[in-house]
Design a protein around this ligand. Sequence first.
Ligand SMILES: C[S@@+](CC[C@H](N)C(=O)[O-])C[C@H]1O[C@@H](n2cnc3c(N)ncnc32)[C@H](O)[C@@H]1O
Length: 281
Amino acid sequence: MFRTTSEIQINISALRDVRELERARETPACLMIEDVPIGGSPIWRPISENIIRQIGEIDGKTILDAGCGTGGWAVWLAKQGAYVYAFDISPRSIEITNLRAQVNGVANRVSAEVFNIETNWQFDESVFDIVLLNAVLHHVQDHKMLEVMNNAHRVLKKVGKAIAAEPIGNSPLFEKIKYMVPSGHLGNWDYRPSSLSKAWDSWLQTSYGWDRTLTTGLLHSIGKNFDKIETKEFIFMGRLAKLFKNKQLVSLIAHLDDISISIPFIRRYCNNIVVTYHKTN
Ligand SMILES: C[S@@+](CC[C@H](N)C(=O)[O-])C[C@H]1O[C@@H](n2cnc3c(N)ncnc32)[C@H](O)[C@@H]1O
């Protein structure tokens, strides 16, 4: 039903990246990274913290950041002492990543280039301690997912981890309700109209690739080459945070999120997951 091709993805990234690249060229200082990349809202912080916990000691690690976007993670990891190889399908994202690495003084630790995750991975076998797949698998076509994870397995060292953080939608009913509520701000690249509105059909034609959700089952099934898979769900109440600007209210929602997610039944209805695929021998 939905188009999820890389072509759509390039268009979506292009829209977002043009503005970001212009801003970066004008004021490179805006690319400075001080804190853990949390993706715009404190509601996302626990996801980033979980990723960091899964990575463990960062200093000296060799990390592949697949679908690196504009290099927030790549550069932050390099600043913590990692050697990072980053790639993305969007040339503008890669330009920003390289600029960001320079601005942050870690250009010698970050190597970034344009590359499509769905094509044959050109990297040697057993070179990375970590393969980070932050919010990129949901752009990969279903029939390419297993191949992508097999590539991740191949390029990992004998002992290593692939860490994927992704949006999930395990309940079809919940998903239907979710899409009835518009999200983002009109005119912004992340805007999504309500599925009940006239704008929905044309939005689907151009944007759905960005907003596809995966299922926990699918994320498990693509890891069959790995020795162990760990999952942790995030954001249940947190979905409401985008309705509010008040920081204290958002912190309260984040707190309620922590509590609600500790209830096993709720986890199926969460919005995000971090999956750690362990290679142990
Ligand atoms: C939601 S963003 C996440 C970016 C980054 N990982 C982060 O955490 O900020 C998804 C990224 O995946 C990239 N992407 C989508 N399809 C891709 C593909 N086939 N190959 C490589 N990168 C892709 C997009 O260009 C975009 O930068």
